[in-house]
Design a protein around this ligand. Structure first.
Ligand SMILES: Cc1cc2nc3c(=O)[nH]c(=O)nc-3n(C[C@H](O)[C@H](O)[C@H](O)COP(=O)(O)O)c2cc1C
Length: 179
């Protein structure tokens, strides 16, 4: 059975992105989902001075290990002022100091959602641009606008067009996983 590492790129205890990443990961067939909470990977804010003085925190190695143990990553990004939430960026920065290939060539399902109508479009673009640079493995992306309107806890994505598009993307990611 394939292993999926899933998380919301947020440290909110009520994270809609964690909810959404969980939902999407659970749409995949025959996978074991390892859902992590970024609060469990909180480290000092990255600085070159800290790195030189104390080295790279064990939790950054732990994050890389979680990636290495997986066959694919499902992540949904919270958008803060048009970019990554600090909780994610800090982990990413520390992890990138161990090896710039943070995602270790695993297939990526990059998602974003927000309460607003743009659905985290800017952070999703930033992530897609960054992570696709010299990356061989498939990258699938999807943004869900207006989370509270388009998603229900019981039924998941309820807006028909968005639901259909997401189903297609899930199928593409499933194919990448099974390849
Ligand atoms: C500091 C801050 C900045 C935000 N900036 C944006 C933004 O640029 N675009 C957006 O769509 N939502 C923005 N929001 C609203 C977030 O999308 C919303 O809080 C969402 O719930 C975050 O995802 P999460 O619940 O997974 O943490 C911002 C929220 C905060 C607290």
């Amino acid at each position: 059975m394939k292993k999926i590492l899933a998380f919301g790129a947020s440290n909110s205890s009520r994270s809609i992105n964690k909810t959404f990443a969980t939902y999407v990961a659970n749409q995949l067939n025959s996978v074991e989902v390892n859902l992590i909470d970024l609060n469990d990977l909180e480290m000092p804010i990255y600085s070159i001075d800290r790195e030189e003085a104390d080295g790279i925190p064990e939790l950054a190695h732990r994050f890389r290990q979680l990636v290495a143990e997986s066959d694919g990553i499902v992540v949904s990004f919270a958008e803060h002022n048009g970019s990554y939430a600090v909780a994610f960026k800090n982990i990413y920065d520390w992890a990138s100091r161990i090896d710039g290939n943070v995602w270790a060539g695993k297939p990526l399902f990059l998602l974003a959602t927000s309460p607003g109508g743009l659905g985290g479009k800017f952070v999703l673009e930033a992530a897609t641009n960054r992570f696709s640079f010299q990356y061989e493995a498939p990258i699938v992306t999807f943004s869900l606008p207006s989370f509270q309107k388009n998603f229900s806890a019981e039924d998941g994505v309820i807006e028909p067009t968005l639901k259909a598009t997401l189903s297609e993307k899930v199928a593409v990611f499933q194919k990448a996983l099974d390849a």
